[in-house]
Design a protein around this ligand. Sequence first.
Ligand SMILES: Nc1ncnc2c1ncn2[C@@H]1O[C@H](COP(=O)(O)OP(=O)(O)OP(=O)(O)O)[C@@H](O)[C@H]1O
Length: 119
Amino acid sequence: MIDFRKFIKSMSFAIQGIVSMFITENNARIHLLATTVAVAAGFYFHLSSNEWLWILLAIALVWILEAVNTAIESLVDLVSPDFNPLAGKAKDIAAGAVLIASIFAIIVGIIIFIPKLSL
Ligand SMILES: Nc1ncnc2c1ncn2[C@@H]1O[C@H](COP(=O)(O)OP(=O)(O)OP(=O)(O)O)[C@@H](O)[C@H]1O
C-alpha cells in the first residue's frame, strides 16, 4: 500500500536538505545567483521551447551534482575528519563533477545568449 504521509515526510526532509545546502555552501549560493540571471535572461529574450529545455537541463545538472557533492563532502568529513589522501581524492572528484556540469552550463549559455546579444 502507498503511504502518502511517509512520502510527504520524505519530501520535507529533501527540502530541508536543499535549504541546508544554501545555508552552508557558498558555491550553492553562486549557482542560485547564476540560475536567477539565466532564467531572467531567458524571459527577457523570449527563448524558444528548445532553448528553455537546454537551459533547464544545464541548471538541473549543476544543481543535482552540487547536491551530491555537498552530501559526499559531509560524509567524508564524518568518516575521515583527519587528513587522508583518499578523503581528499573523494572530495576533489566530487567537486570535479560540479565543475564539468558548470562548464557545460556556461557553454549552453554562450551558444544560446551570445547570438541574441549581437542582434
Ligand atoms: N580529510 C581530508 N583529507 C585530505 N584532504 C582533504 C580532507 N578534507 C579536505 N581535503 C582537501 O581540501 C580540499 C578542500 O576541502 P573542503 O572540505 O574545504 O572542501 P571544499 O570543496 O572547499 O568545500 P566547501 O564547499 O565546504 O568550501 C578538498 O577538496 C581536499 O582536496
